[in-house]
Design a protein around this ligand. Structure first.
Ligand SMILES: C[S@@+](CC[C@H](N)C(=O)[O-])C[C@H]1O[C@@H](n2cnc3c(N)ncnc32)[C@H](O)[C@@H]1O
Length: 189
């Protein structure tokens, strides 16, 4: 069996009702809930899910302290990343953290300029991965008064983790994440 994603572990570690996830591919979500997540954990932790394809976290009626997007920006177009940043601003607490992975574009790897999701989804079974320039991500964040800090790469797929926070509440010095969080998001040490 594939190693479960960190959403699986977060459902275990968080208090009941505190994990919310967005997945428009309902068959994929059903498979995960029925064959990967233990039924007693599902009942005890009551994770909530929504199938909207616009990254609209407001459907949960909460203000979140963490947003997590592992291997989402490696498929999402620039308009979709903008939607996620706007959702973060609307639906998170003032000191919230958005952790997202991406793959950087460079002279070797093209920057993705199309408007659609690339890769498997509720609408496509064609695999694919795309890249964005870090300077573009930083500029979109700056427009929203958000600060971006690169954290390092993950060990499974060599994606680059970014930490995004509101500029007004970001700590003055870069913090090193505690060991458990580095393990959870699979950061190279
Ligand atoms: C590479 S997988 C993410 C992997 C997962 N985070 C993990 O750690 O294993 C990308 C997922 O995004 C989903 N997806 C596709 N379009 C989406 C959209 N518009 N909004 C949210 N998720 C979407 C796909 O169905 C797929 O399950």
């Amino acid at each position: 069996m594939r190693r479960p994603s960190c959403g699986y572990w977060l459902i275990h570690f968080l208090d009941a009702g505190c994990y919310c996830g967005i997945e428009p591919h309902t068959a994929r979500l059903k498979m995960g809930l029925e064959t990967i997540l233990e039924q007693d954990i599902r009942q005890a932790k009551r994770p909530r899910f929504d199938a909207n394809a616009t990254f609209d976290a407001s459907v949960f009626g909460e203000r979140f302290d963490f947003f997590l997007a592992y291997s989402i920006w490696t498929h999402a177009s620039k308009p979709q990343i903008r939607m996620m940043l706007d959702a973060f601003l609307r639906c998170s607490t003032d000191d919230a953290v958005f952790l997202a992975t991406f793959l950087p574009a460079s002279w070797r790897f093209q920057d993705y300029v199309e408007d659609a999701w690339r890769g498997t989804s509720h609408e496509s079974s064609v695999p694919g991965c795309i890249r964005h320039r870090l300077s573009w991500i930083k500029a979109e964040c700056a427009l929203r008064e958000l600060l971006v800090s690169p954290l390092g790469r993950d060990t499974s797929h060599d994606q680059y983790w970014l930490e995004i926070r509101r500029r007004a509440t970001a700590p003055a010095r870069k913090r090193r994440y505690p060991y458990w969080l580095r393990r959870l998001v699979d950061l190279r040490s």
